[in-house]
Design a protein around this ligand. Structure first.
Ligand code: C5P
Length: 251
């Protein structure tokens, strides 16, 4: 049976994961959030006290990345998909979304040894979900897949049936991320004063974009055959419909 892979790449906070989850749910495909794998490795590096500005500590990343057991599972939460991330058997879904992880992740992700380890994890996850040995849920395909990240269409699955490059103006992305953090803090009844300001969110996002675009190994690039969707003036529903239509037209 032919496997259909939808690769969605783009800069930070371009709406990739929200869009990818909805596309996966609509098509009934499995979903893998590749950023959460880099985030889980970063969390472990921070927990082990690695200072990524020090060369000696950066060298320890190799061993650490190759011994990390990372898995992500897309699960139905009512009508929507929710991704649960495990690191060495522990649920780290919330722990990988802190500011400390945001700030460290691009440094971790630029190490070639880390990218090699993550590539193996990504292909294994896509592979064994295909064999059905660890399926997410019986409502999702065990063969077809949506994966989002920075290098899915260029390096991880260059043979993907559909490649999408999702971009949006940096200020619009920062505003969306800022509002999302406010909403999440309200839901969890957290103290709003611990949240970053809009300017901090924008700076953090621009720093991550620059690091992702300028790194030597599999930098953030649009694959030549990717369909570019600029979401600056689009709603999530419009983005999802466009991608679903594109996928259906290629099946
Ligand atoms: O997608 P998300 O923002 O969670 O990704 C976190 C970081 O992981 C990115 O800023 C990038 O440095 C790295 N990443 C990557 N390649 C991917 C996915 C994420 O380098 N395929």
């Amino acid at each position: 049976m032919r496997t259909f892979i939808v690769a969605i790449d783009g800069p930070a906070a371009s709406g990739k994961s929200t869009t990818a989850k909805r596309v996966a749910r609509t098509l009934g495909y499995n979903y893998i959030d590749s950023g959460s794998i880099y985030r889980a490795i970063t969390l472990k590096a921070l927990a082990q006290g690695l200072d990524l500005t020090r060369e000696a500590d950066r060298q320890r990343l190799d061993g650490l990345a190759h011994t990390c057991q990372v898995d992500t599972q897309a699960q139905f939460d009512g009508d929507t998909l929710r991704v649960v991330t495990y690191l060495d058997g522990q649920d780290v879904t919330d722990a990988i979304r802190t500011l400390a992880v945001n700030r460290g992740v691009s440094e971790v992700a630029k190490a070639p040894e880390v990218r090699q380890a993550v590539l193996q994890i990504q292909r294994r996850m896509a592979g064994y979900k295909r064999e059905g040995s660890e399926t997410t849920t019986d409502k999702l395909s065990t063969t077809d897949l949506v994966m989002d990240g920075r290098d899915i269409g260029t390096s991880v699955f260059p043979q993907a049936e559909l490649k999408v490059y999702l971009e949006a103006d940096a200020t619009v992305r920062a505003q969306r991320r800022y509002e999302e953090m406010q909403r999440q803090a309200m839901t969890k009844k957290e103290n709003g004063s611990t949240l970053p300001t809009y300017d901090e969110v924008l700076r953090d996002l621009q720093a991550r974009d620059a690091a992702d675009v300028n790194r030597t190994h599999s930098p953030l690039r649009r694959a030549p055959d990717a369909v570019v969707i600029d979401s600056t003036n689009l709603t999530i529903d419009q983005q999802v419909s466009k991608i679903v239509e594109l996928a259906q037209s290629r099946m």
